[in-house]
Design a protein around this ligand. Structure first.
Ligand SMILES: NC(=O)c1ccc[n+]([C@@H]2O[C@H](COP(=O)([O-])OP(=O)(O)OC[C@H]3O[C@@H](n4cnc5c(N)ncnc54)[C@H](OP(=O)(O)O)[C@@H]3O)[C@@H](O)[C@H]2O)c1
Length: 211
């Protein structure tokens, strides 16, 4: 896959490195690709960094891994995203990381889809810490990764990517279910920061009968 990663911080850099190691064609997109920080991150991953529209323009899949409050602005800065799979890994967290901003009851991914109507929005990679994304197999079991989206083929492609990354993908349903994912992210953050679990844990599914 040709993947553009917008926002090469904790999440973006981790997934970019993982996907590149898996053989995908990954490019980083930054607001200021000439900045020392952007160039150093790209160099550490053995990748190139471009402007947002340059990076997104050459990709089939665009991962948004920016702070939640600027995700629509970042997507709008990517140029024409018509037909592209737009993966929203962000969470609309309040500054205390204790609650979510869901104006009119809409998730971040729903608002993103409304702002970028031609894109095939999939919510994923937002419910677990970035350290888990580097290696999602814990104690011999795959961490679960939830996905939501209205475009079934796009969800299927991101599920394949999630499985390659080491997760067990679980599709929740259409984009309205992305709200549950954002709530689930809050649960992970609470367990991590307030309930003493630290950052090296994830959720997995236990079944009585294998699927
Ligand atoms: N941290 C986690 O474990 C985790 C796990 C799951 C989901 N998430 C979610 O993933 C998102 C990213 O988290 P993170 O921890 O990776 O954050 P981070 O380390 O702060 O990285 C954010 C990245 O976004 C870039 N950025 C900021 N504003 C931008 C804009 N307007 N356009 C393009 N790029 C922009 C930043 O670039 P500059 O540094 O140059 O500003 C930086 O590279 C958040 O929404 C978070 O809730 C985080």
């Amino acid at each position: 896959m040709k993947i553009a990663v917008i926002g090469a911080g904790n999440v973006g850099a981790t997934l970019a490195g993982r996907w590149s190691a898996l053989g995908h064609e990954v490019v980083l997109g930054a607001q200021d690709p000439a900045s020392e920080k952007a160039r150093a991150t790209a160099a550490s991953l053995g990748l190139t960094v471009s402007s947002l529209p340059e990076a997104a323009g050459q990709a089939d899949v665009v991962l948004l891994a920016t702070p939640g409050d600027v995700v629509i602005q970042a997507a709008q800065g990517c140029g024409d995203l018509t037909g592209k799979i737009l993966v929203d890994a962000t969470n609309p967290l309040n500054p205390q990381l204790s609650g979510l901003n869901h104006p009119e009851g809409l998730s971040s991914a729903q608002r993103l889809a409304m702002a970028i109507p031609g894109a095939r929005v999939v919510k994923a990679f937002n419910t677990i810490g970035f350290g888990i994304m580097a290696d999602p197999v814990l104690d011999g079991r795959r961490s679960v990764l939830f996905l939501s989206g209205d475009d079934r083929e796009a969800v299927e492609q991101v599920s394949t990517l999630a499985r390659e990354t080491g997760f067990e993908p679980v599709v929740l349903g259409g984009l309205p279910t992305s709200r549950m994912q954002e709530e689930h992210a809050l649960l992970w953050i609470h367990l991590s920061a307030k309930a003493g679990l630290g950052r090296d844990f994830a959720f997995s599914l236990v079944r009585r009968v294998a699927p």
